[in-house]
Write a protein of this length. Sequence first.
Lengths: 158, 103
Amino acid sequence: MSAFKNISSTGSNGDNPLTKKVYIAVLAALALAVLANLPITNQFFPFNLIFAIGTGGRAICHELGHAFFGWVFGQISIPTPMLTFPFEREIMVQLVFNGGLLFFAYWLRDKSREACYGIIAFVAVMGLISLTPYYEYIGLYMGQGGEALMGGILLYIG
Amino acid sequence: MRWHKDEKLSNCFLYAFFGIFILLDSTLFSYNLIYDSAAFNSYCGKSIFGIHNDFTRIAETTDFTVRSLALLNIMNSIIAIIAAVWLGLEAGNKLRAEDLAAK
């Protein structure tokens, strides 16, 4: 519960106006996202416009999810706003891409030890999965999974 | 793109909005696949350039069904929301503690 223990002391009693503003901004973002998503309200301006822009962003996250996991499993994947074009699987592409991820983990070793270990574990698990036929299903599923991942990352940054 | 004179607050709003929007849109899409048979039939019958949709393609060759994959997607979104809020609050608390220590 450590994440929640300081909210009441610094957020809601008003001793830190920036924190209070941050909570208001997040609540406003939540309200706008709900209004733009609900079928009852998203037929009207400006929610229909916001919905169209947001859906475009979601489609890009979806295709980037497919493309990223395609590269992880050694397929050169070209994402477009509608589809991702995967090419044949090449072991060289897989080695180079995963080598790049491991180099990124090495670069992160002093900045964030958790992220460094996380990337190494990810590369190891994906390397094992790539030896089985299940890699194809993971590549397919990670369109939707990529949306959840990107949504979570954006919410965390916010 | 600035929506407020405070750039940090403006960025916070935009990132939070897009994060919540994507998670909510994805969850509603999956919810419709499970409970709305019209949406389910439309999704499963849809094909772009002869390529079936992701869930349909997985369901064709595994024991998973489109609805079970949709349920898995809802669970993923809920986990992503909980993790993002949890980690975000912890990072915020850490920043505030550093700020107080500096003062």
